[in-house]
Design a protein around this ligand. Structure first.
Ligand SMILES: [Zn+2]
Length: 217
């Protein structure tokens, strides 16, 4: 069984894949019962009262496995104070509902870690699409966070591949995000990078998934 913890596409994968579909709007999709995560993405924040209300309406459903993607992005045009306020709201919500956070963070890791220190989440925190060097992975892992890796690892020279090679086995997840590739390709690349069998990757991610998402299939 493959686990794809972050995708924006509807599940067209084989039955052997459990996918968490990520929605940043139209949260009512969750009422269909599909496994998903719901969150207010920094790219799309304008007036957040109404979206936050809608998020709260659906995020408690049992098939909503996580809150996110949410976080901070210094590259987008969204007002910075607004990004911070909305991110804080979602940490609070995650704590209240006891659901993991899936984090989007672009060029804002110092600020992200500061907010985490001020508002410590009581739930697992997964930084998705990780592809950074310069000691950032160490700082996140030190806080007990998890890292999720996607298409970047298909390039063996990427920072992501370098981090994935050495990360503790119980700290990583795999994803396709918005890349149109089978999750199996990410598993096989992981096996090559960590120099273990694909079967070993399958078992490890399955175990990590069960631990963090309290979900067994
Ligand atoms: Zn995404």
């Amino acid at each position: 069984m493959y686990f794809n913890i972050h995708t924006h596409y509807s599940a067209n994968e084989a039955d052997s894949t459990v996918s968490i579909r990520s929605f940043y709007s139209d949260f009512a999709h969750a009422s269909s019962g599909i496994l998903c995560s719901l969150g207010l993405h920094p790219w799309y924040l304008k007036n957040y009262e109404q979206p936050l209300k809608e998020l709260k309406q659906f995020v408690g459903l049992p098939n909503v496995l996580a809150i996110g993607e949410c976080g901070l992005d210094k590259v987008c045009q969204t007002d910075w104070a607004l990004q911070i306020a909305v991110f804080r709201c979602q940490i609070k919500l995650a704590n209240e509902l006891n659901k993991p956070l899936i984090i989007h963070c672009v060029r804002a890791f110092d600020e992200f870690l500061k907010i985490i220190d001020e508002n410590p989440p009581a739930v697992p925190v997964i930084v998705h699409g990780f592809n950074k060097k310069g000691g950032i992975s160490e700082r996140l892992l030190e806080k007990g966070m998890y890292l999720s890796f996607g298409a970047a690892i298909l390039n063996k020279e990427s920072p992501a591949a370098g981090v994935l090679k050495l990360i503790r086995a119980d700290k990583f997840f795999l994803e396709t995000d918005d890349a149109d590739i089978p999750i199996g390709d990410i598993y096989r690349a992981t096996a090559a990078i960590r120099e273990i069998s694909e079967e070993a990757v399958i078992l490890q991610v399955q175990q990590n998934f069960a631990t963090v998402f309290k979900y067994n299939k």
